[in-house]
Design a protein around this ligand. Structure first.
Ligand code: DON
Length: 563
């Protein structure tokens, strides 16, 4: 009988709902399972979001977090869509040249490693804000699975063993030999984080204030300041997440909803899709020379605009829809030729007039039985963030400050350049590429998608949308398919292994494209070592409401659909 209770409950939930099969896809099986459990208990997609976020903070410390930030894009069963920005902010004492030495040179590592790299975290504020607006279950119920998970431990996977080993020396340098992560963990070990379980328990009982004020806030500030940072308790106390209008645009009859500034994701996705809309890309074919050319040239122009125009919209008047205007995008593509690559030195940002005031990461996608859809990308920035581990609290702090432009012309960890719009300023949000996205077809959810991958996030989401709607792949095929990326500078096309054959490679080279096949083994100027592009976790809902998932095999990603 005991086994029947969950079955009966799921049946009841589905029969009371609008008939979607609830689904969760995330970077870890434990997190996806917890999300499904919450929905079995009657929670909605927003409840599941809170629980999944926390479970990733426990089991996926490389990017899952309470010491970082991110963005949520949602679409409710009532047809309402929106987004919440819980991006980190620069501390109140931050200033423009803080990463430069007395000769004006960028101090190597200062914006990536140690306390000076840390932005004021937004995740806890974000999940409480979401819960207070949309949650239906008590917050304690959403925290409890992760409190247990942190206390009882999770099993280290092979990929985790390698990632932890890779950063072990940094952990020892920043946190000392006795720190929880300054040990050699092997695949199959159970990693328990008692301090994190205590932290989560405190926050569950006392709310978001328990993180932003009081002893946890003090722990954070102490760790940051001891490792060279400038964050104060006031910075934490003043942190706020922001509801923002998402970017909305149409592509061949689909409605795309994505994140707006301070993420560049939605605007660039709009530019890219609009730039290719006039071409029959289905006919050109997936990863054909022609489709790669077309997409790369669109990417080159869009990333040049990103670099010049984009930053925190709360600090200056920045163009948004002006950059996605049909005429503007068409004009930008006028210099595109099938014969030969446009070199990036010939491409700069386009000219727009601001006509109106615009009002290792991980991604998870969720849909509940009523069709509430949630797309969340969250991060500590690079793997394990600043490596600063709040020992008494059991969590890593981000190194999101590296997403600012430390100096014009100086690339960040993802090779991205920035201008005045993204210079460091006190309390400002650093420009992001995170692109949590929902696609609607006939006003109903059709695709919930996003990925980590720094600058490659936007081009990965772009490719998933085309793989589904143009190249007619299933959700899992769309995620598995090899990806490529171009970002204006450096002027190279990076392509995953198996992405193109040698014939296509030489045709592209003959047209002046500098093609680099992954893996890249060592960090180079503006390009870090990598073996793949992104880890997409996505959900597709077909016209009959059938839900299918794509969990990226590039990671330990996992999804479930509740039948
Ligand atoms: O906000 C951004 O664009 C970056 N901080 C994202 C970092 C990221 O995706 C790292 N994952 N591979």
């Amino acid at each position: 009988m005991k086994n029947f209770i969950p079955i009966i409950l799921s049946f009841l939930i589905l029969s009371c709902s609008k008939g979607y099969n609830p689904a969760v896809v995330s970077a870890r099986k434990e997190a996806s399972d917890i999300g499904i459990e919450i929905m079995k208990k009657g929670g909605n997609a927003f409840d599941a979001m809170v629980a999944v976020h926390l479970a990733l903070a426990v089991t996926y410390p490389i990017a899952g977090n309470i010491g970082g930030g991110g963005f949520v894009v949602y679409h409710t069963s009532n047809g309402e869509s929106g987004s919440l920005d819980f991006r980190e902010k620069a501390p109140g004492n931050a200033f423009k040249n803080m990463y430069l030495d007395e000769n004006g040179g960028v101090i190597e590592g200062m914006s990536t490693l140690g306390g000076a790299a840390v932005g004021v975290p937004g995740s806890i504020a974000g999940i409480f804000e979401i819960h207070s607006k949309f949650g239906s279950l008590p917050i304690q119920d959403l925290f409890q699975p992760s409190i247990n998970l942190a206390k009882n431990g999770f099993v280290v996977t092979e990929k985790q063993e390698n990632a932890l080993k890779d950063k072990l020396q940094d952990f020892i340098n920043v946190n000392g030999k006795e720190s929880l992560f300054s040990k050699n963990y092997k695949q199959g070990d159970t990693l328990k984080n008692l301090q994190l379980s205590i932290t989560l328990d405190k926050i569950a009982k006392n709310g978001s204030k328990a993180f932003y004020e009081g002893d946890i806030a003090k722990m954070i500030v102490d760790e940051v300041q001891e490792s060279g940072g400038i964050m104060t308790v006031e910075d934490l106390k003043n942190y706020n997440s922001v509801w923002r209008d998402p970017i909305k645009f149409e592509y061949k009859g689909l409605e795309v909803i994505s994140m707006s500034l301070p993420s560049s994701g939605g605007i660039l996705l709009g530019q890219l899709l609009k730039a290719i809309e006039g071409y029959d890309i289905e006919k050109l074919g997936h990863n054909s020379v022609e489709s790669i050319q077309l997409m790369v040239e669109a990417e080159r122009r869009a990333y040049a605009d990103r670099s010049f125009y984009m930053g925190d919209p709360d600090f200056s008047k920045l163009p948004v829809y002006e950059l996605m205007d049909d005429e503007y995008v068409k004009k930008r593509m006028e210099s595109f030729s099938w014969e030969k690559a446009t070199t990036s030195s010939e491409v700069s940002h386009g000219e727009v007039k601001v006509t109106e005031e615009s009002d290792q990461t991980t991604h998870y996608s969720i849909i509940d039985g009523n069709g509430n859809s949630v797309s969340v990308t969250t991060t500590l920035n690079t793997n394990y963030g600043s490596k600063v581990f709040v020992e008494k609290g059991g969590f890593f702090l981000n190194n999101e400050m590296d997403d600012f432009s430390s100096k014009p012309g100086h690339p960040n960890s993802f090779g991205l350049l920035g201008s005045e719009a993204n210079s460091v300023e006190a309390n400002k949000r650093m420009l992001s590429s995170m692109t949590p996205t929902i696609v609607l077809k006939d006003n109903k959810p059709s695709l919930i998608v996003g990925t980590p991958g720094g600058s490659t996030i936007i081009t990965s989401v772009f490719q998933i949308i085309l793989n589904i709607y143009e190249f007619n792949m299933s959700m899992q095929e769309a995620v598995n398919a090899p990806r490529f990326h171009h970002q204006w500078l450096p002027d190279v096309v990076i392509i995953e292994e198996g992405g193109i054959d040698s014939v296509k490679d030489s045709i592209l080279r003959s047209k002046n494209y500098l093609v680099i096949s992954l893996p890249i083994k060592v960090d180079g100027p503006g390009m870090s070592a990598r073996s793949s592009i992104g880890k997409v976790d996505a959900i597709f809902i077909d016209e009959n409401g059938k839900v299918s998932i794509g969990a990226d095999p590039r990671g330990d990603d996992h999804g479930s659909v509740l039948k």
